[in-house]
Ligand binder design. Structure first.
Ligand code: RP5
Length: 179
């Protein structure tokens, strides 16, 4: 088993279907990680103990997903010197806006990097962590370059498919096709 470099924390197991997106990206890039459910409110001592020792165990970055009055990322950032990347999650009738504001409005001197609400945020949290790790890992940087190239190719492929659909549906006296 490899030394985990990234920790993926979440306030509840109900956050896992979204935070799984972070895990999927980390696995895709072969970045070893660990996952943990711990709550700033329901298990404050467990959260403190984890945050106080996580850097000493060789973890380099912490991704934190939480919904509602989302204080987990801020509490962890208050305790650990490691960079904390937060994902606000939709868990109440406020659809994640509550978590976004709780996450992003940190007081000065305690930084938390906040991603978008939900799945895109969970994906981006892992990609952001990978970009940071790639600063000192040439092979990881290579995998990131490849990922970006594949993404660009897939957009071009989708455009080709769209052009075919438009050509089939619309009068070409009216629409100009891009290819
Ligand atoms: C937050 O409360 C968790 O991060 C979760 O998003 C939300 C709801 O938790 P459960 O009531 O589903 O356990 O602390």
């Amino acid at each position: 088993m490899q030394q985990p470099l990234v920790a993926v924390l979440m306030g509840s197991d109900s956050d896992w279907p979204i935070m799984r997106e972070s895990a999927k990206i980390l696995q895709q890039f072969q970045v070893p990680f660990e996952v943990l459910v711990t709550s700033a409110h329901r298990t404050p001592e467990r959260t403190y103990d984890y945050a106080a020792t996580v850097a000493d165990r060789g973890i380099r970055l912490i991704i934190v997903g939480a919904g509602a009055a989302a204080h987990l990322a801020g509490v962890v950032a208050a305790v650990t010197p490691l960079p904390v990347i937060a994902v606000p999650l939709e868990a109440t009738s406020l659809a994640g806006l509550d978590a976004l504001l709780s996450t992003v409005q940190m007081p000065g001197s305690v930084p938390v990097a906040a991603m978008a609400i939900g799945k895109p945020g969970a994906r981006n949290a892992a990609l952001f962590a990978i970009r940071i790790l790639a600063l000192s890992d040439v092979s990881l940087r290579g995998r990131m370059v490849e990922f970006r190239q594949d993404m660009a190719l897939s957009v071009e492929e989708k455009d080709r498919e769209l052009q075919v659909m438009v050509a089939a549906e619309f009068d070409q006296a009216t629409v100009t096709l891009a290819v």
